[in-house]
Design a protein around this ligand. Sequence first.
Ligand SMILES: Cc1cc2nc3c(=O)[nH]c(=O)nc-3n(C[C@H](O)[C@H](O)[C@H](O)COP(=O)(O)OP(=O)(O)OC[C@H]3O[C@@H](n4cnc5c(N)ncnc54)[C@H](O)[C@@H]3O)c2cc1C
Length: 460
Amino acid sequence: MSVESDLCNALAPGVIVPFAQIEPRYLGDWICHDAEARPIALARPRTTAEVSTVLSRCNQHGVPVVAQGGRTGLAGGATPGSGSVILSMERMRSMEAVDVASSTIAVEAGAVLEAVQQAADRADLLFPLDIGGRGSCTIGGNISTNAGGNRVLRYGMMRDLVLGLEAVLADGTVLTSMNRMQKNNTGYDLKQLFIGAEGTLGVVTRAVLRLFAKPSSVQTALCAVTNYDDVVRLLGAARKSLGADLAAFEVMWPEFYSLATEVAGLRAPLRHGYGAYVLVEAMGTDTGRDQVRFEEFIELALTNGTIVDGVVAKSIRESQDIWKIRDSSGEFQKTFWPYVGFDVSVPIGDIGRFMADCRRRLAARWADAETVWFGHAADSNIHICVRLPGVERLPEEEIDTIVYDCVGDHSGSVSAEHGIGLLKRKFLAKSRSADEIATMRTIKRALDPANILNPGKIFA
Ligand SMILES: Cc1cc2nc3c(=O)[nH]c(=O)nc-3n(C[C@H](O)[C@H](O)[C@H](O)COP(=O)(O)OP(=O)(O)OC[C@H]3O[C@@H](n4cnc5c(N)ncnc54)[C@H](O)[C@@H]3O)c2cc1C
């Protein structure tokens, strides 16, 4: 019996959609689409038991399964290959009531991030993960990519926000660890295996998420500095003055600031020509005290020369205007295009040297190479866009190799947030040792001996 017939017999009508009826949107993620792929079927389970049936049957047939959330991934992790079964979590979106005492919420993996944020908000609490894909991406996808975003500095990455988890293994075993306690040292913390695993070790079906007190005051400033050394000094001062309230520290280099304010048409709160621009944000619970402390921090930084210019937002509108500059990368693509994009991390103290080295290496190969730099510098995370003016078909692999060689030489990571998926498999060894990769493969073989879970992702 074919796997498709087996799945149709074992599951309720409507769960399995045959290849001929699969809509094109299921054939890729945000940037990696394979219109030629011919997956066997699309499974849209409603329950963990149905997920278990899909996996156990596919395991028996040796058929690959590609889990999908909102398909907003940026590494090709959710892109299905021919001969696979797509497992979409889009029907598993339910959320339990917020547990106020534990400050947690239990949700199904297909719940959309924005819906979880809203559920927390209704309970006067905060689910702090926030990324651009919030309206479509799912908690299962956020867990499987260990998503980051703008508030990592204060609340950590997705890994730090998950207390409990349920996952279905390749053979259909349901592993339920819906822990709601902060402390639980009973042997291996199995949930960690599935966080950041990009669907290669199991399918996440439910999770218990941590919630936090909602901040009542937000202070935002845009600061100009002369060079990267002063960025690091400013970060040290912000950590000391603002403590745990420091919530964002986003650095934009001059090319980025110019594109955002000149090309994307946003008002420039500070003049052009400085060495770097830093968005600093603090979130607290005492509006009066927080404002005074924040302004004192900025004044001191101006007085001692750490920053050479700065503007503090006086209203939510002004704060949003500063954030629009940071979030404008989608806008300037209209002119700064085509480019090759990177999501790398380098130890904070080394980012300045890494940038100089990377620029030098690119210029040695293409004298007119243009680069744009911005990112969550306090999390070591830098985004780079590389363009060769007048070149439509960019030598992507060559650019990748130059940048990732440089990342490796500076002990950095080829993926800070987006994962390895299909697109960065070749470069995994720039950031992980042979022993680390061998251990990852051992874990993969132990949990998925038939290699049915998202094969070909992470490892070539
Ligand atoms: C505009 C925009 C802004 C973004 N900003 C950020 C950002 O700031 N920070 C950041 O980290 N990312 C960012 N991203 C990337 C993306 O939104 C995240 O990677 C997100 O976590 C993916 O969730 P998803 O539900 O769309 O997953 P998908 O794209 O569907 O899948 C991603 C990976 O997870 C696996 N997967 C999905 N669901 C499950 C499951 N239930 N069980 C097991 N495996 C599963 C897939 O197989 C795939 O490997 C951004 C994307 C966009 C489009």
